[in-house]
Design a protein around this ligand. Structure first.
Ligand code: SF4
Length: 350
């Protein structure tokens, strides 16, 4: 039977949380990392790599559903520069990690936070608010900066030796790089774990789900990560089409298909696969536009009639179309518009 962990480390896969875990491991503590997955962040397929390369035991938890609900309601502490609700994200993750900590009988939580490193979620005041609202104030150890912070319960009780923790602050990375070298870490990951919500291009992909879908789901946000995105409107209804850019996208779109969807592809030549969300119920005039666009993204069909297969659950039809772009479906709005609309939709929270 696996040994119960002493400490659960909130682990993004970035350098800071890796170092936090190693600092605690070096004290002889049994450390288990807790890694959150959602359509916006998380690399569950790295679990074996983390174990083999860094000797870390990583538990993966899917937090997508609650996270999406929080995003759609508007995060109480607002968004960062793009679509990243960092303060509420940290609260959310720490709360979930705290629940996991209790469920496995561990006695402390830890994170790789460093005061002053990130403008939104790692200011000292924000760090206090985050820990308080997550209900983990006295059990959350920050090994990279503990010497600069108040001692927490695990330190006061002697579970964690405070004298062997670090005193980092600010945005520089010198301390982290030096510590990584001391630990003999050769594969240095990026500072954070990589989060799609911080990238403008992804905000453009996600925003139409906020404004055009009634109740977007985790699966919808996962679909927004794939291929080229297009939206159309016939004056009453919005229509969402995702177009593969390569064979990897095409395969991912096939995997993402729901019973209500339609899949479009060229009958006589290789080309893109397109997923029409809810396409099983689209009017034929809209499906024709989708078929024209799908044909237009095949390099071999320039100007020629093309046969496009439209598959829905249990039915298949072929549409003969002329390749055509920009007639009905459009790309998502530019980021400047997303930012303006975000303020309108969420008010203060935006
Ligand atoms: S960057 Fe993304 S994952 Fe990191 S705290 Fe912000 S919202 Fe959360």
């Amino acid at each position: 039977m696996a040994t119960s962990p002493d400490v659960i480390v909130l682990f993004s896969g970035g350098l800071d949380s890796l170092l936090a875990a190693k600092l605690l491991q070096r004290q002889g503590l049994v450390v288990r990392c807790w890694h959150a997955v959602s359509p916006f962040f998380g690399k569950p397929d790295r679990r074996d790599f983390w174990r083999e390369t860094y000797g870390l035991d990583v538990y993966v938890e899917d937090v997508g559903r609650d996270f999406v609900a929080m995003l759609l309601q508007g995060p109480p502490h607002g968004y960062g520069k793009v679509l990243n609700p960092c303060v509420d994200c940290k609260i959310h993750l720490l709360r979930r990690a705290g629940i996991y900590m209790k469920s496995v009988g561990a006695r402390a939580l830890a994170s790789g936070e460093v005061p002053g490193q990130r403008p939104m979620s790692q200011r000292r005041d924000a760090m206090r608010v985050i820990a308080r609202e997550a209900g983990v104030t006295d059990i959350l150890v920050r090994p990279l900066s503990a010497a600069l912070l108040e001692p927490t319960l695990p330190e006061r009780e002697g579970l964690v030796d405070r004298a062997r923790l670090a005193s980092m602050a600010g945005r520089g990375r010198t301390g982290q790089i030096a510590l990584a070298a001391r630990f003999g870490i050769e594969e240095i990951p990026t500072p954070g774990g990589g989060c799609r919500l911080t990238e403008r291009e992804n905000a453009r992909r996600y925003w139409p789900l906020f404004t055009r879908l009634v109740e977007p789901t985790t699966a919808d946000f996962a679909l927004a990560n794939l291929g080229r995105q297009f939206w159309g409107n016939d004056g009453a209804t919005d229509f969402w089409l995702c177009m593969g850019r390569n064979s990897e996208d095409n395969e991912a779109l096939v995997q993402a298909t729901l019973p209500c969807d339609a899949l479009l592809s060229l009958r006589d030549t290789p080309g893109p696969t397109a997923l029409a969300r809810g396409g099983a119920h689209w009017p034929s005039s809209v499906m024709l536009r989708a078929a024209e666009l799908t044909a237009a993204y095949c390099s071999k069909t320039v100007g020629e009639d093309a046969a496009v297969c439209v598959k829905t659950r249990g039915a298949e039809q072929v549409l003969m179309v002329k390749p055509e772009r920009g007639v009905f479906f459009e790309s998502p709005p530019p980021f400047a518009l997303v930012r303006e609309e975000r303020k309108v939709v969420f008010g203060q929270k935006g």
